[in-house]
Write a protein that binds this ligand. Sequence first.
Ligand SMILES: Nc1ncnc2c1ncn2[C@@H]1O[C@H](COP(=O)(O)OP(=O)(O)OP(=O)(O)O)[C@@H](O)[C@H]1O
Ligand SMILES: [Mg+2]
Length: 265
Amino acid sequence: MSDSIAITSGKGGVGKTTFAVNLSIAQKKLTEKVFLLDTDMGMANSHVLLGINPEFSIADVISGRKKISEIIVSNKNGINLISGGTASNNLLNMENIKRYSILNEIDNYLKESGNVKLVVDIAAGAEDNALVFSMACDRILIVIIGEPTSFIDSYALIKALFSKSSFKNYCIAVNQVDDDEHGKDLFKKFQSITSQFLDVNLHYVGCIKNSGKIRKSIVDRTPIMSSEPKSDISQSFLKIAKNINNTPINQWGGLTFLSKVKKRA
Ligand SMILES: Nc1ncnc2c1ncn2[C@@H]1O[C@H](COP(=O)(O)OP(=O)(O)OP(=O)(O)O)[C@@H](O)[C@H]1O
Ligand SMILES: [Mg+2]
């Protein structure tokens, strides 16, 4: 079955792109085809972490210069990257019509592609773009870390998403932990704060240790899932990918990335 997952966070720099790239490679072990859409125009873009330099981006599709099939770059991990472009032609402040045209273009393209998993790297925070692209996905993964600012901003993000979409289900992963116990503890703390004020279901999908290997993988531009698939960290990413796939899908009346794909199925 085709479905989509948004990777987002309350505050920036917590590891969204690291998760998006490694979870895409993990999903490739579980699904026929994986597409990674980068809508995050931060400094560490998905293509940088994947070690590829795309010539064109979704901005070229929106402007009518290219077809979506012409901008997708596949890489040795079997991931098909749809680049969001660089900060210079950024889509951060685009109007609604452009956002919907992106959703529509991708939806049209993917309906010819068989069973797909679409992973979407979303900008941090509760800006309109982040909300629209997150709500267009079947599942939302929020990456948190053990800092008060991450908790507060993630809570604000869930509140904004819930009030716009009524989505009940949110996957939570904890990054940069000491060990599994630490990850579970931080999740429980976050859950107890959130459940006091919001009637949502938080699904704990796992944690990733704070590791020099991850920092090195970013410098080397080779995701750890690719360079060391058998390592503890890669096994954690694989477990998180499987756990995410087992969480309930959100139902939303608005436009989604895979609405036509689903109609066909
Ligand atoms: N588990 C980890 N252990 C050690 N370092 C990590 C870990 N996860 C992420 N980092 C480091 O944190 C930095 C930020 O990671 P990343 O770019 O994935 O975050 P982001 O949430 O996508 O940031 P932005 O909001 O700018 O898009 C990276 O330079 C990376 O080296
Ligand atoms: Mg990022």
